[in-house]
Design a protein around this ligand. Structure first.
Ligand SMILES: [Zn+2]
Ligand SMILES: [Zn+2]
Length: 332
């Protein structure tokens, strides 16, 4: 029978449609697999074409090779938000609230190789990528107008990117989203009631149960959340309490890199290299040291699309039981 499950972090309901329970191969999309070349002559992100992008904000090298970049950060050429305007509030048509589209939108070119994705990178390279996220977070959060920072990766056309060269993005916003405010309220009232961080408790519950756990190490737990909205959705959550990714310890950076790479490898081998998004959910800048908030990375394979019911109700239908998807991911 189907089951309604409530996400304790958002209070949103999800329908787990047990009757439609599927095996991983039911989710494999019939799509053309294209092998990408190592270098593309007119790709703006490939080495040698640096002039096709705005000047770089920073670059990262290997110690063994200082002459070639392996990660390059540039302003987005078509930014969602820009530092060239203000955050000024105004009323449109006398009633509607609006404000200037101030903010930052940066692109992290993850590799000089057109076809090298995170799952194939060596450990040092992945750690440098996480370091780059951390460094940009530190700089952008230093601007007093920035209230919320989202780090994310869109991999593949159905995940929202048209540029195939591996890259992630960072958006620094002058407003906190209503969804982040709601999560803070829910976790704040949980903290007031119990004296504990809801997310630390969820980690503990998931580890104790083990049924939705995919894998983990000393520092991070990886699981399919109890009320997963998306089939095979994964969370990577730090085991020690920490509200903001911006506060990650240097020693944990390479650990996170290893866990992120392992998660994506498992997803790729189970679901035949799907398009995917990953998102760093981290406390709003002004709540960086909150006792009730806790950062995590959410990975969503794009093997499914939102339909009318979800748009109308906000209730998602997940066609695989998280306990089953976690089992497949553990055993892959
Ligand atoms: Zn390229
Ligand atoms: Zn916590």
């Amino acid at each position: 029978m189907p089951e309604l499950r409530q996400d304790p972090t958002t209070n949103e309901w999800v329908i787990i449609a047990r009757e439609r329970a599927k095996r991983p191969y039911d989710f494999l999309l019939d799509r053309e697999v294209r092998l990408l070349p190592d270098h593309v002559e007119d790709c703006p992100f490939c080495p040698g074409n640096e002039r096709l992008t705005p000047p770089e904000i920073s670059v990262y090298h290997r110690d063994s090779d200082r002459s070639n970049w392996i990660i390059r950060i540039i302003p987005n050429m078509f930014p969602a938000l820009t530092p060239k305007t203000t955050t000024e509030e105004k009323l449109v048509d006398s009633h509607f609230k609006a404000r200037g589209g101030f903010g930052f939108h940066e692109v992290i070119i993850e590799s000089p190789r057109h076809n090298e994705t995170l799952s194939e990178m060596d450990e040092l390279h992945v750690a440098l990528l996480i370091q780059a996220y951390r460094d940009r977070y530190a700089v952008l959060s230093g601007d007093a107008r920035v209230k919320m920072i989202i780090i994310f990766r869109n991999h593949g056309v159905t995940a929202g990117t048209s540029l195939e060269h591996p890259h992630s993005q960072i958006v620094a916003s002058p407003v906190v989203s209503a969804c982040a405010e709601k999560k803070s309220e829910i976790a704040g009232s949980y903290y007031n009631r119990t004296g504990r961080c809801l997310y630390c408790d969820i980690n503990r519950w998931e580890i104790e149960s083990g049924s939705r756990l995919v894998f983990g190490n000393d520092k991070f737990a990886v699981f399919n959340p109890f009320a997963s909205r998306y089939p095979f959705e994964m969370w990577i959550s730090p085991k020690n309490h920490q509200a903001s990714f911006g506060n990650i310890e240097p020693a944990d950076i390479s650990e996170l890199g290893k866990v992120l790479r392992e998660s994506i490898r498992r997803m790729n081998s189970l679901l035949a290299n799907p398009d995917y998004n990953y998102v760093f959910h981290t406390a709003p800048v002004e709540e960086e040291n909150a006792k009730h908030l806790h950062w995590y990375v959410q990975i969503v394979p794009r093997i499914w699309t939102v339909a009318g019911f979800e748009i109308g109700s906000g209730i998602y239908i997940n066609t695989i039981v998280p306990e089953d998807s976690a089992k497949f991911m553990r055993e892959v």
